[in-house]
Design a protein around this ligand. Structure first.
Ligand SMILES: CC(C)(COP(=O)(O)OP(=O)(O)OC[C@H]1O[C@@H](n2cnc3c(N)ncnc32)[C@H](O)[C@@H]1OP(=O)(O)O)[C@@H](O)C(=O)NCCC(=O)NCCS
Length: 286
């Protein structure tokens, strides 16, 4: 099946709703998509310099991933002495030494339909969900989550406890995108289609969502998502968690009286030699 035939078949079965259930051609198309996702041939979002966010959402791929959930029935899955129950269309992926991925034992799982490139290191426990794309040399540290359809670039470091949210629906919504050479610090959360451009650094504890304004101290500007664009963290920005006074609201006076403030991520600088030193990774661990 060519790429365009696969796309057309997926779109047709997705549009058919429950009529796709029990149709062998729907399952064949889903399995072809899943295989293509796992070897990185198709992605939920692809780089596209011509689009405003720099990435194009491949809605049909997300439709295909959703189709897999619709077609799957609960199955018992045995793993050693343990047992699990999940949709049969999304079992746990199996790796061999030839895949070149280090998957350290202990409570980690990589779901079928995700792409994990050679040289990726997965420290337990961590989870990579369906449709995610994790590129060469990335590190997914302990307690990190790579949510469905998230796109993780080359040499990205997802530190311990980092949560990269999944964006499967609506199908035309941009998934979370973390471009090459980004450091996502410990306990960060990146959600709702946020795009983190190349080389940016999110200090430990930074949380980014569609509704979070980011204050750029260097350029004296405030970055926000718009109706058409997600929140975009600029290339090489160093973002740290900060706070700001509450500017306007009914309880404005009380907020002052009670000393309240709101969480505010702040770009304190753009990456320099010191940042490179602070974020240098333990190459030996890889
Ligand atoms: C962001 C980080 C990389 C530091 O980068 P850096 O380029 O060395 O930053 P600098 O030390 O030059 O700091 C620049 C400014 O930001 C402030 N700053 C730095 N890190 C900060 C943080 N985490 N929170 C709040 N402010 C911070 C500094 O105080 C400085 O401001 P000042 O000049 O007013 O004092 C580091 O703080 C960090 O968060 N590293 C990730 C740690 C982590 O999660 N490791 C995971 C291992 S699993």
């Amino acid at each position: 099946m060519t790429r365009s035939q696969l796309q057309e078949t997926i779109e047709r079965h997705f549009a058919a709703g429950s009529a796709a259930l029990g149709d062998p051609s729907a399952m064949t198309a889903f399995l072809a998509l899943r295989a293509a996702l796992e070897c990185g041939e198709v992605r939920a979002a692809s780089p596209d310099p011509g689009s405003p966010a720099g990435w194009r959402v491949n809605a049909w791929v997300k439709q295909g991933i959703l189709l897999g959930f619709r077609l799957g029935v609960l199955e018992e899955m045995l793993a050693g002495g343990l047992s699990f129950v999940d949709k049969g269309t999304y079992p746990v992926r199996h790796f061999s030494a030839a895949d070149g991925v280090r998957l350290v034992p202990g409570g980690s799982a990589v779901r079928a339909g995700s792409y994990v490139a050679r040289g990726v290191v997965c420290m337990p426990p961590m989870y990579i969900n369906a449709g995610a794309y994790v590129d060469e040399g990335a590190m997914v540290d302990s307690h990190a989550l790579v949510g469905s359809c998230a796109q993780i670039g080359k040499r990205v470091h997802l530190s311990a406890g980092a949560q990269i949210g999944g964006v499967l629906e609506p199908v035309n919504a941009t998934p979370v995108i973390v471009e090459d050479d980004v450091l996502v610090g410990g306990n960060c959360g990146v959600y709702e289609g946020t795009v983190v451009r190349k080389g940016a650094v999110l200090a430990a504890g930074t949380i980014l969502t569609r509704g979070t304004p980011v204050f750029d101290l260097v350029n004296g500007s405030i970055l926000r998502s718009t109706e058409d664009l997600p929140l975009i963290v600029p290339e090489n920005a160093v973002v740290v968690p900060g706070s700001r006074p509450i500017a306007k609201s009914k309880g404005h006076e009380q907020s002052r009286e009670w000393g309240l403030s709101l969480y505010a991520p702040v770009i304190v600088k753009y990456r320099d030699g010191k940042t490179d030193l602070s974020t240098a990774l333990e190459e030996l661990l890889r």
